[in-house]
Ligand binder design. Structure first.
Ligand code: 5GP
Length: 206
């Protein structure tokens, strides 16, 4: 069967466990590749340029915006992040499935652009649990936690525009659920039908 690639978008308020689900999904689902974003934020210890992100200056980022190089971009917590059109194009040409870990503003832009994709929103089990998770990280000040809680309220409201909503009340179950979505979306009739051997005579009429 001919290879064809699909775009999967994961979004969530911070503290919902999106990063753990993202990492584990990439490890478990062969053929699924991470889209490496561009960012203006400083590199953290252990991160590598070109692997975790393409780290660029604000000037470079602004130039890329002006050139229309991004499929979507947004400012998140004071830094800019964007998905290059070329990254998505290359994945499509290679017939690869690509997984994006982007904020809700970026997901909304991709959705509005009419790009075909599967949009998955990860929710915490409740606001009290979200606060507990954000406090439990011991990395953020009380002020930062309050800001993230306020942001989470408006981010969660956008969940209604996604194709799937997965509540992360149990990490293992949430990972398995997102993986099931990926597997099922790959075999939707309208996506598969044009890639089957001609001898089946199943081609869509379009
Ligand atoms: P971090 O700085 O912790 O790696 O990421 C902060 C936030 O930026 C996360 O919510 C992540 O999903 C988001 N993000 C990462 N890459 C992109 C991107 O290319 N576009 C958008 N819109 N958000 C991104």
């Amino acid at each position: 069967m001919q290879k064809y690639g699909l775009l999967f978008v994961l979004s969530a308020p911070s503290g919902a466990g999106k990063t753990s689900i993202f990492r584990e999904l990439l490890a478990r689902q062969p053929g699924l590749r991470e889209s490496i974003s561009f960012t203006t934020r400083a590199m953290r210890a252990g991160e590598r340029d070109g692997i975790d992100y393409h780290f660029v200056s604000r000037d470079q980022f602004d130039r890329m915006v002006a050139q229309g190089a991004f499929a979507e971009w947004a400012e998140v917590h004071g830094n800019c992040y964007g998905t290059a059109k070329s990254t998505l194009l290359q994945a499509a040409e290679e017939g690869r499935d690509v997984l994006l870990d982007i904020d809700v503003q970026g997901a909304a832009q991709l959705r509005a652009s009419g790009l075909e994709g599967v949009f998955i929103f990860i929710l915490p089990p409740g606001m009290a649990e979200l606060r507990q998770r954000l406090s439990g990280r011991n990395t953020d000040s009380a002020e930062v936690i309050e800001r993230r809680m306020t942001n989470a309220v408006s981010e969660i409201r956008t969940a209604a525009c996604f194709d799937y909503i997965v509540v992360n009340d149990d990490l293992e179950r949430a990972i398995a659920t997102v993986q099931a979505i990926v597997i099922a979306e790959k075999v939707r009739r309208n996506r598969v039908i044009d890639h089957l051997p001609a001898e089946f005579g199943l081609k869509s009429s379009s």
